[in-house]
Design a protein around this ligand. Structure first.
Ligand code: C2O
Ligand code: CU
Ligand code: CU
Length: 433
């Protein structure tokens, strides 16, 4: 933290050899570690990041979920940082920025899935001004990858790209099935991030008392008892774990996200049969009882955008297109073109978008900068208000969201967060002015 109150961070993206899942691996990393350094910031902060590109290909940086300007050297996905060069990003968080768990990763179109799968990601915590963290706080950044016999990151086949690649190794903070220990009676705060390129996570921690306090940037007014967390790629969960003596396995339950028409993959996952649950971590709770835990103050109910007037209704259709031997993934029949503006919205208005999935596989829809409120899933009303930046659109299904284009103007993107689909074109450009 420098004298003017800004936070200065240097992130060097580069190739590195490190121990991954107990094996010597050649991967990509920020500052030679997987995951990259955790960024802890507060509402109102100015975060300055120098990104140094020591990769052999272009990259850039995206602050997933942060409500910051997309203009200039802010969270601008059109910036390209060439090998051997550096770029200075500057992010100004509004004073009322929602506290919560976010993450960062590269966003250079065409190389996003490869770079994330190879190790480029890290956690961001926007701290609660009021929470008392007497209990332990843990960040569980869940990612997946596959190592070839020589320890190189497995390059995805055309089929794996179409389905969305899933790794053989499911990692927590870069570790395979880590063992966590805790005393009983504590209330720990866990920040769980799905940083997998394509894998959906259904997480269970049977034997412990788990309450959900937030999803993405949306904080629940009161904690809700939960026995399963559903995280599409890019989603995060903020949970309280009240520890109970014994051993609990954090499990990823199987999930079928569908397949591509005419291309049967087991459950749609590339090479990974979804038949069995995968252990993600082991929690051992033993010893003397602890009594002081984390207390998170009740959040005020967020503004319900259903009560707002709607300035525009739009429909986005998720589809596929065959071309040059490779399947293209489209939104409203078009593949991503950075110079085209697909949606022009007016600043400070609320819009309603219908997300229509015209394909037999699920697509997790992500909009940068402005969070979405889900109002309907497959024609069923959704109760309560929860702001999300990744919203799953079921296979052949339909989801309605409302978005408030408040605070910032500029050009940004929306896309499928199966990163292979994003790289294959399932992305559009929005300009708010
Ligand atoms: Cu997490 Cu546009 O990305
Ligand atoms: Cu994002
Ligand atoms: Cu998709």
């Amino acid at each position: 933290r420098s004298s003017d109150g800004s936070l200065n961070v240097q992130l060097e993206a580069g190739g590195t050899t490190l121990l991954l899942a107990g094996r010597q691996a050649s991967a990509l990393a920020y500052n030679k570690e997987i995951p990259g350094p955790t960024l802890r910031i507060r509402p109102g902060d100015v975060l300055k990041i120098r990104l140094i590109n020591n990769l052999s290909e272009p990259t850039n940086l995206h602050m997933h979920g942060l409500h910051v300007s997309p203009q200039g050297n802010g969270d601008n996905p059109f910036i390209r940082v060439d090998p051997g060069t550096a770029f200075d990003y500057e992010y100004r968080l509004p004073r009322d920025h929602p506290p919560g768990v976010y993450w960062y990763h590269p966003h250079h179109h065409g190389g996003v899935a490869d770079q994330v799968f190879a190790g480029l990601y890290g956690a961001i915590i926007v701290e609660d001004p009021e929470a008392t963290n007497a209990g332990l706080e843990r960040i569980l950044l869940v990612s997946d990858t596959t190592l070839d016999p020589l320890g190189d990151i497995h390059p995805a086949s055309p089929m794996e790209r179409m389905l969305g690649r899933e790794g053989e190794l499911l990692l927590v903070n870069g570790q395979l099935n880590p063992q966590l220990t805790a005393p009983p009676g504590d209330t720990e705060r866990w920040r769980v991030i799905n940083a997998c390129a394509s894998r959906y996570l259904r997480l269970r921690l049977d034997g412990q008392y788990v309450r959900l306090i937030g999803t993405d940037s949306g904080r629940l007014p009161l904690p809700v008892d939960t026995d399963e967390l559903f995280l599409a790629p890019g989603n995060r969960a903020d949970i309280l774990v009240e520890t109970v003596t014994g051993e609990s396995v954090l499990l990823a339950a199987p999930y079928d996200r569908g397949s591509v028409r005419g291309m049967a993959g087991p459950g749609g996952a590339a090479g990974v049969p979804p038949a069995a649950a995968t252990p993600v971590a082991l929690l051992r709770v033993s010893g003397a009882r602890k009594t002081s835990g984390t207390a998170v103050p009740a959040a005020s109910e967020a503004l319900d955008l259903r009560l707002s007037g709607v300035a525009a209704h739009r429909q986005l259709t998720f589809g596929t297109q065959m071309g040059m031997g490779m399947m293209g993934f489209t939104l409203n029949g078009k593949r991503f073109e950075p110079t085209r503006t697909d949606i022009t919205a007016s600043a400070d208005t609320v819009e309603e978008w219908t997300l229509l999935n015209d394909s037999p596989m699920e697509h997790p829809f992500h909009l940068h900068i402005w969070p979405m409120q889900v109002t309907e899933v497959n024609d069923r009303m959704v109760k309560g208000v929860r702001l999300q930046d990744v919203v799953n659109v079921p296979a052949n299904g339909r989801v309605k969201v409302r978005v408030s284009f408040a605070d910032f103007t500029g050009r940004s993107v929306y896309h499928c967060h199966i990163l292979d689909h994003e790289d294959l074109g399932m992305m559009g450009v929005i300009e708010v002015r």
